[in-house]
Write a protein that binds this ligand. Structure first.
Ligand SMILES: *[C@@H]1O[C@H](CO)[C@@H](O)[C@H](O)[C@H]1NC(C)=O
Ligand SMILES: *[C@@H]1O[C@H](CO)[C@@H](O)[C@H](O)[C@H]1NC(C)=O
Ligand SMILES: *[C@@H]1O[C@H](CO)[C@@H](O)[C@H](O)[C@H]1NC(C)=O
Ligand SMILES: *[C@@H]1O[C@H](CO)[C@@H](O)[C@H](O)[C@H]1NC(C)=O
Ligand SMILES: *[C@@H]1O[C@H](CO)[C@@H](O)[C@H](O)[C@H]1NC(C)=O
Ligand SMILES: *[C@@H]1O[C@H](CO)[C@@H](O)[C@H](O)[C@H]1NC(C)=O
Ligand SMILES: [Zn+2]
Length: 647
């Protein structure tokens, strides 16, 4: 009662000077905004999902555009009326203050409708180029693309992951970049201009700063650089070890005199994951074979069973069932359609904002890699479910990296030999020093190889958006970062006029920020360690059983620890949420290094036996001068469709 009286009085005071009273604002947010925002989001999400599962359909594209514009108009009218001029600090309730902080940022609706339409059109064109990009088979350079052309998934990716023919790999690598990136360079210029206009309309200096707002950290750029410094020594040892094995495979064809490796020989289009080199680099071939793919095939696993197994793992921790998100009768897409539709295969998890519709979209193959991706995507859905009770503005991850880390944390536990044995995907496996090193190597090929790539995509975009690098230098700047961080070089000459290699990676045309994946790769080891301790599967003081062997399956205690953080959504600053989940207020690579410690020692010892020592000479690389400083400010969150993409 006291509270009500207080609000009434406050209302009287407030309204005399033209401000919306705290009571009125609360009422508006709870009774009106909540429903309207969810409805708008739902309609757009349904149309967008329909379009992405039928990308050649012009009607669906048009409907998506219409609804996006309608949603933008609604957001703008509400923002103008309620949020534009509010000063969050003038309100008492800390929850309202935090909601207003996010609501004050309008997002793309801040653009005038004509420009917003243009931006959407450019985004759709780039995505279309990417998702319909095709190349001819190596043996038939002059094929009819519509009949015999290979798409990225599965055709071109199969070549990249399986071929050991250096020249065939060069061919596929180059042609994919011709078919995609090179065709969108001019579109990307328009995209950068309009995206920056959007950011400025929201009071940010450029789109990079706008993206960084989600991290609520004025030192964000310095902090990610510092994390990279922590893990770089481990990456360097892995790079050197793998490089020497590649040299054995390709001999004189492979030039690594400068310490850089050609970017096309890692079994992956972007050298972002090296797991397909597993057979080549396995440290102890006689110890413990982890051939989960073969087991899945042998047991006749189906796509649906893979989703069910993953769901079962989450439920064993006392978390929500996620059956609805992979139910094809309820609209989910879990395999590539065979009815002639062209779809955006890139795996994603969708929140339709109505608190009950959640779907996955994925072209799943029966492989261990896709099994892990399922756990990743399910992590997003579990997060959506855990925070669905919160106000609309808080139905986000504590920051975007938290969202990306949840499912990967599960996959770390699921991928342990101990767990794979439990679910009968591994037989005849003995634990030993040798098999531990093999297991850690597999994990490093997936996780450590990714780190520099996860960092450099947005480092490049921050420079592009801020204008520190001009369009004439976009491509060479991209290669500057790929050399500096990944220590890879292009297998054939690249040009700043013809080529636009960043565009050959989904998230560039897809307008999807990337640094979240880098931070998530660090964060997931923090989560994992904490859940392992909670489940009594790891003792950080005696470490008799090493961290990487922990499986927290069936631990409701671990599940509760996770829930305590996830159910907060973005209602608290991420450092508070992180403290609840791990006991630490900051992101640190220490748990990751603890996990990989035995492998790091092994790699160092092996690499020391190699001669001559290879060092990267940075002065032989392309290094440009930079213009203005990378300024940084706090970030915002626009009301957008809640989807999350595969890396
Ligand atoms: C989109 O909006 C335009 C203009 O209002 C309209 O003519 C068209 O029919 C709409 N398209 C769809 C698919 O709703
Ligand atoms: C190469 O492509 C052409 C044009 O589509 C086709 O006629 C021919 O059969 C193809 N050759 C092979 C070996 O596939
Ligand atoms: C934009 O930022 C400036 C400087 O931080 C601030 O003074 C101004 O009030 C902001 N404008 C809006 C509309 O938030
Ligand atoms: C899948 O969705 C359909 C249609 O909504 C529903 O009838 C069915 O019960 C669902 N299946 C499961 C296993 O939940
Ligand atoms: C690095 O390369 C530059 C240019 O080729 C050369 O002058 C320099 O001596 C090299 N530094 C080292 C440490 O090898
Ligand atoms: C870069 O930052 C320094 C130190 O903060 C400042 O003195 C300088 O003017 C800045 N340069 C530009 C181009 O903004
Ligand atoms: Zn994701």
């Amino acid at each position: 009662m006291k509270g009500l009286l207080y609000l009434v009085i406050l209302g009287l005071i407030c309204c005399t000077n033209g401000k919306i009273s705290e009571g009125e604002l609360k009422q508006y947010l709870n009774d009106v905004y909540e429903k309207e925002a969810s409805d708008q989001c739902y309609k757009t999400a349904v149309a967008q999902f329909d379009f992405e599962t039928d990308v050649r359909n012009k009607k669906k594209e048009e409907l998506t555009t219409n609804l996006t514009l309608e949603q933008a108009a609604w957001e703008k009218s509400v923002w103008t009326k309620y949020f534009k001029d509010v000063v969050p600090e003038e309100y008492e309730d800390p929850t309202i203050r935090r909601e207003l902080k996010f609501l004050k940022v309008l997002g793309s609706a801040a653009l005038e409708p004509k420009k917003l339409e243009k931006l959407n059109e450019v985004n759709n064109r780039m995505t279309e180029i990417y998702s319909t990009g095709k190349i001819c088979p190596y043996k038939n350079h002059k094929c009819d693309l519509t009949k015999d052309g290979l798409t990225l998934e599965p055709g071109i990716e199969n070549i990249m992951s399986a071929s050991k023919d250096y020249d065939e790999l060069v061919y596929a690598w180059t042609k994919w970049r011709d078919a995609t990136g090179a065709k969108m360079k001019d579109l990307y210029k328009t995209y950068v201009e309009l995206s920056n206009e959007e950011a400025r309309a929201n009071n940010f200096s450029d789109k990079g700063e706008y993206w960084r707002f989600a991290y609520e950290d004025p030192q964000f750029i310095d902090n990610v650089d510092a994390i990279w410094k922590e893990v770089e020594p481990l990456y360097n040892e892995l790079h050197k070890y793998v490089g020497n094995k590649l040299k054995d495979r390709y001999g004189d064809k492979l030039d690594m005199k400068d310490g850089l490796l050609p970017a096309h020989v890692f079994g992956n289009m972007w050298a972002q994951s090296w797991e397909h080199l597993r057979d080549l680099v396995e440290p102890f071939p006689k110890a413990g074979q982890m051939d989960v793919d073969a087991q899945m095939k042998k047991q006749g696993y189906t796509v649906l069973e893979m989703f069910k197994k993953s769901d079962e793992f989450y439920q064993s921790l006392g978390l929500y069932s996620m059956e609805m998100c992979y139910n094809e009768s309820a609209g989910a897409m879990i395999r590539k359609p065979t009815d002639g539709r062209e779809v955006l295969c890139h795996a994603s998890a969708w929140d339709f904002c109505d608190k009950k519709t959640f779907r996955l979209k994925m072209c799943t193959d029966v492989t261990f890699e896709d099994f892990r991706t399922i756990h990743h995507e399910m992590g997003h859905v579990q997060y959506y479910l855990q925070y669905k009770h919160l106000p609309y503005s808080f139905r986000h991850g504590a920051n975007p990296a938290f969202h990306e880390a949840v499912g990967d944390t599960m996959a770390l536990s699921v991928s342990t030999p101990a767990h794979l044995k439990k679910i009968k995907l591994l037989t005849n496996f003995e634990e030993s020093y040798e098999s531990d090193i093999n297991t850690l190597m597999n994990m490093a090929l997936e996780k450590i190889s990714f780190l520099p790539f996860g960092l450099l995509i947005d480092k490049w975009r921050w420079d592009v958006f801020s204008g520190a690098v001009q369009p004439e230098k976009w491509n060479s700047h991209w290669w500057h970062y790929r050399m500096k961080y990944q220590k890879v070089k292009p297998p054939v000459e690249r040009s700043d006029t013809k080529d636009f290699d960043p565009g050959a990676k989904y998230h560039i045309p897809g307008d999807s920020q990337y640094i979240a994946y880098f931070v998530a790769h660090i964060l997931q080891f923090q989560f994992y360690k904490s859940l392992c301790i909670e489940a009594k599967q790891y003792d950080p003081h005696n470490r008799a059983v090493p961290l990487h062997r922990c499986d927290f399956y069936n631990s409701v205690e671990a599940g509760n620890k996770l829930k305590a953080g996830l159910s907060l959504g973005s209602s608290k600053h991420w450092s508070e949420t992180l403290e609840i989940m791990t006991g630490s207020k900051s992101v640190t690579a220490q748990p990751l290094l603890e996990y990989f410690e035995p492998l790091y020692k092994f790699l160092k010892a092996e690499n020391e036996k190699l001669s001559p020592k290879i060092t990267v000479n940075m002065s032989t690389m392309i290094i440009e001068k930079f213009g203005p400083n990378n300024t940084r400010v706090l970030f915002s969150r626009k009301t957008e469709i809640h989807t999350d993409q595969k890396m």
